[in-house]
Every structure is written in C-alpha cells, then in structure tokens.
Write a protein that binds this ligand. Structure first.
Ligand SMILES: Nc1ncnc2c1ncn2[C@@H]1O[C@H](COP(=O)(O)OP(=O)(O)OP(=O)(O)O)[C@@H](O)[C@H]1O
Ligand SMILES: Nc1ncnc2c1ncn2[C@@H]1O[C@H](COP(=O)(O)OP(=O)(O)OP(=O)(O)O)[C@@H](O)[C@H]1O
Ligand SMILES: [Mg+2]
Ligand SMILES: [Mg+2]
Lengths: 156, 165, 165, 156
C-alpha cells in the first residue's frame, strides 16, 4: 500500500544517512524518490559525499566506497525490518583495513537482531565471529566441515 | 527466531552427511577456493524454497545433487534439513522448534517436509512470507549484488523497499 | 614498446600535477579505498582515446575533470600525457619516444597531441590499431569483467578472439 | 578473415589448456567452438575440470576458480598476441593464498613481454612487483602519489 511504502521509505532514508556517516566517519548521504507524486512507480536514487569530497553520483565512487554504501543500505533496511538471517559472501574483500574494522564493528552491533553467516578470506573478520567453521576438501571434490572455534555469543 | 542446525547430504559438493551447528551472532566460514563455502549458502537458499536453478549457479535443478568426483560415483539424492528455533512464535505454527527438509531425486521427484510431515512447496513459502527469511528477501549479499544495487536504474531499486514494507 | 611516464593534471581526483614513472615488468599500485588507484587506470584508457564516459564510470565526459573538494574549487581542464618507448618501432612513426596528450576543457572542447603536435582523435586510434594497446583491447581486467567473460553466452565470447586475430 | 580466426583460435585453445593445468596444478580444461562449420558466427564455450573434480560447466565454479580460469584465458590470448600493456584491478582479491602464489608466479613470467600495472590490497602481490606506488589522500579529495619502492627489473 502507498502509505506503508512511504512510511517505510522515510525510515530507511533516515537510517541510511546516519549509518553512512558512521561507516565513512563523516560525509553525507541522501536517498530520495525520483517521482514522489507517484509512489507506486517512483524510483529510488542516491547522492553521496564521502568525507571531504564533493557530492557525487554513486557511479563515480570507488570499489570500496560502493561496497560500504551498499552495506549502509542493507543495514538501513534491517533497522526497519530486521531479517532474522543473512549470508554475506566475501563482501569484505574490496575493503581496506580501516573500513574493514568499521564494517566489522557495525556487523557485531546488528548481529544482536540478525544472525549472520559471513564467508570471508580476511583474518580480521574471522577473529570477530562467535563461531568459526573451516571447510576443506581433503578428499578431492568432497567438502568436509571442521569446527575451529566456538565462543558462545553470551560469554563474549 | 534463529537457525540452530543445518544438515546436508548429497547437496553439491557435500557428498557425506554434514552437520553445521549454528548460534545467534556471527558465524564465519573460511577455506580455500572451491572447497564448498558458497555451496553452504546455496543450500540455505534451496531448502527455503528456491525454484530457480540459475540462482543456485546451475543449469538445471539436478545440478544440486552431488555429481561425483575422481573417487566417487554421482549420488541419486540431495537432501538439506534446516532446524530453527521458534520459541518466540515468529513463524505461525505451534512448535518451539521447526525443521524444514527438502529432497530432490535424480528422477526429478522432489519432497518437502515440515517437522518430518510431508508438505507442499507452497506451504514452505507461506510459512516464511513476510518474515524476511525467504528466497526473494535480501538475505544473501555478495559483490555481484553490490554492483547491481548501485548501478541499476532508480526504478530497479524499488524492490529493496517493497520487500521491507 | 612500454610506457615510460604518465603525467596527470586535473584528471578526476588528481588536482595537482602528478608524475608516474613506469618501468617494464610489474608496477603495483596500493592505497586506501577511494584514494584514486582506479582513476589512474581510467586516465590510461582516456588518453588512449576512450570515447565512452560510462567506461570511465561517469555520466558525461566532463566528469573526468577535477570537480573540486572541501578545500578546492573545480578545475576547468583535465590533461593526461603518456610517454612511451618506441625504440623497436612497434608504432608506425619515426620516433624512438612518443608522447600522447589529451585535454578536455569544461567548455567541452577537447585536444589531442602527438609529440606536442595537435592531431585528431582518429590519428590516435589509428596509431594504436592492432597493437593490443587501445580502448577496445582487453588491456584492463577487473572482477566485473571476469563475471562477464565466464557468464556470457558463447557467442559473446567471440570478441576476445577477434581482437587477437 | 576466416582462416586467421581459426588458426588464432587453435593456438589460444592449446595455450588455455596448458595454462589452466599450471594455475590449478592439475585438472583439465577445454575450449571449443559451438559451431565450427560457421567460423564467422560461431560461439566459444569452455568445459573445465579442477583437479580431482568432475567435468563441469564454468557457471558451477566457485568465485576463486572463476577468477583463475579467466586469468588463464587472458594469458592464453597474450601468448598468441602479446599486449604491450595491461592493467589488473584487484583481480587477485577472490584468490586464496596458494592460488595467489601461483598467479603471481605466472604474472612474473608474462611480465617479460607485457608491462603490467596491478592495483591490489594483497601484501604478497606488492612484494613481487618491480615498482611500488602508494596513492594517498592526505588532503581530502585530492590524490597524491608516493613512490615506495623502485627495484629495476634488470637487477631482479
Ligand atoms: N552437484 C555438484 N556435485 C559436486 N560438486 C559440485 C556440485 N556443484 C558444485 N560443485 C563444486 O563445488 C565447487 C564450488 O564450491 P563453492 O562455490 O562453494 O566454493 P567456495 O568455497 O565458495 O570457493 P571461493 O572461495 O572460490 O568462492 C566447484 O568446484 C564445483 O565443482
Ligand atoms: N572528476 C572528479 N573530481 C574529483 N574527484 C573525483 C572525480 N571523479 C572521481 N573522483 C573521486 O575519486 C574517487 C574514486 O577513486 P578510485 O575509484 O580511483 O578509488 P580506488 O583507489 O580505486 O579505491 P578502491 O580501493 O575502493 O577501489 C571517488 O571518491 C570520487 O569521488
Ligand atoms: Mg564462494
Ligand atoms: Mg578501485
């Protein structure tokens, strides 16, 4: 329904601006409806301004900046409607060390309402997880699971 | 609600019966290239009712059944069971724990079970409707999708909000 | 033939005159997210004659001119010079060293120069025809293209061979 | 021309099979024309078999296996028609440590005929380069180049 879309959009819009500032440690970001008079057809566009830079269209962003912006969108939606479960498949690969740390900190916060499975090659990301599984293929072509660490979320 | 356990048998590269215990919070999965990490994520999408073989990186749905290796024959069945905690009654059923099972035989026959009772594909989809866990929700994110969300036309981004509305 | 030097001035985030000395072999470029690494690769594509703003991640070609920052005004010109060794006469001109220059003014006017002599876009394209260096060659590879090469239809992969033929 | 396409294709096909075996340390890979009777329209398809696995279509490969396969294709073409210059933008990101080492070793071999610029976040890749540049943005929004290492290719 129209009202519902509008109220959801307004909440996501606010969340996105504040999460962007947290992930980028500054800057501005704004989400807006391309055609607010027609809520059933309108598109959603985004202008961002990383700290110290000019406002630009998201296509001019770098690989890492795009990944961080998409993460801010995903989490902005989760704040409105938390998904009980989410798989993140190597989305930390384009991030440099300082962005990786900010992302991991935010992920830990959101993991109170959402259960995450994070597939990663980054050692820093492995360290922050509650449970760590290794997958091996000792026998060619056949996957086997090895449990490496179990730190219960409660004890952490 | 959270996922407690997943059991794979004959699903993609998981020829042996494999059990993955899950906890709330963050579970990291690591390992060399091609060892089967993304296959785990495919297994979750599949057991929750995914109908598109392409979304599971295959050509036909049969591609999810273990296809053999240098030392093993192909299997005739793929099975995934996913057990969830439902103590807060997020899912509209009277159980504090729910196990969804999906099976596919090489013959093409497929089965769904809810707490070991046979049911239809439609029942699984309705069970998860509006909970944010389901095949059309944004519950899987990889780098390809990041390009898609940010490079697509503004009209294409609406689906993200309709999901949440 | 190899690239010896590249000078950027006002191209994307390179507001200051910047000189990049290059050697044969492998040159690695590192740095934090958003600092300007891929902008260097865009500069090479641009000076070699790229005509599509979209290939340079922009909306219009003017997007390659430094657009300002918190502390600086936008500039009115983007210029890139690329100096190459031609001692083995790979390029069909009688110089042992060649410098290609491209300029774009905010007014929309654009200039090309070959060893400081004004020339046309067409002259640059013809100079590099069939050498494997040029905008349509496969001389830039990033993860997006990997998905494209492997996921496209078999007919779409022909272009890789036609280029080399 | 038709003959030229066919002879180029045959060479790339052979190179691809042998480079695939080197990068994966085993396995088989095969490139073939979907319609060999019509050289002007035919497509090019690929079947691969990573070591110890069954022959599969390339869409079933993992992220890292796909990256390695694409690298084998690129280098197979370079063997037939070396490009004097090539930019690789974070294509080593999906690779695990052992594939990264094999890729870097092969890159070094090809860098005798082709000049490479490699944009990377991987420390191991930085170490193998002849020249290393850092890019910084001390002044927000303005890129600056810092030369970190200059080991001439000759001395190496
Ligand atoms: N039906 C099947 N039977 C057997 N093996 C399969 C089947 N489907 C896929 N595979 C194998 O699974 C492997 C891919 O696994 P997956 O994509 O999970 O790797 P990954 O651990 O995510 O690796 P990466 O780090 O490179 O992303 C492929 O090598 C493929 O051959
Ligand atoms: N015309 C312009 N004027 C000023 N800055 C620009 C211009 N065009 C692009 N930029 C800036 O350049 C930055 C992107 O740089 P680039 O893509 O080279 O980053 P990168 O070093 O490759 O980062 P990553 O590691 O994340 O890929 C963006 O933040 C963008 O705002
Ligand atoms: Mg994977
Ligand atoms: Mg980049």
């Amino acid at each position: 329904s129209r009202e519902y879309f509008e109220s959801t959009f307004k909440q996501v819009q606010q969340n996105f601006s504040s999460l962007f500032k947290q992930l980028f440690e500054g800057g501005e970001a704004e989400m807006f409806l391309t055609n607010p008079d027609d809520l059933l057809e309108t598109g959603v566009d985004i202008n961002v301004q990383p700290p110290g830079k000019k406002l630009t269209n998201i296509t001019l962003l770098s690989g890492g900046e795009k990944a961080l912006t998409a993460i801010a969108i995903l989490f902005a939606i989760f704040m409105v409607k938390p998904s009980p479960f989410c798989v993140l498949d190597e989305i930390d690969a384009p991030l440099d060390d300082s962005n990786l740390n900010r992302f991991n900190r935010m992920l830990l916060e959101f993991s109170e309402k959402t259960q995450f499975i994070m597939i990663t090659h980054n050692k820093k990301s492995m360290e922050m997880a509650n449970v760590l599984y290794g997958v091996t293929m000792e026998e060619f072509g056949v996957s086997k699971l090895v449990s490496v660490k179990f730190r219960s979320a409660v004890a952490a | 609600m959270y996922f407690k356990k997943m059991e794979l048998f004959g699903f993609k590269s998981f020829a042996e019966k494999t059990e993955l215990m899950l906890e709330p919070g963050v579970t990291a999965i690591v390992g060399p290239n091609g060892c089967g990490k993304t296959n785990i994520s495919d297994a979750i999408r599949w057991v929750l009712g995914e109908q598109s073989a392409k979304q599971l990186r295959g050509g036909k749905m049969e591609d999810v059944i273990f296809n053999g290796s240098r030392t093993r024959q192909p299997m005739g069945l793929a099975e995934v069971c996913l057990t969830m905690d439902n103590s807060q009654n997020v899912l509209p059923v009277d159980y504090s724990e729910i196990t969804v099972t999906r099976r596919l035989f090489r013959s093409g026959e497929s089965e769904y079970l809810l707490n070991k009772v046979p049911c239809r594909h439609k029942d699984i989809i309705e069970l998860f409707m509006d909970t944010g866990v389901g095949t059309d929700a944004y519950s899987t994110l990889e780098n390809k999708q990041i390009e898609m969300i940010l490079n697509s036309k503004p009209e294409d981004r609406r689906f993200l909000f309709e999901e949440a509305a």
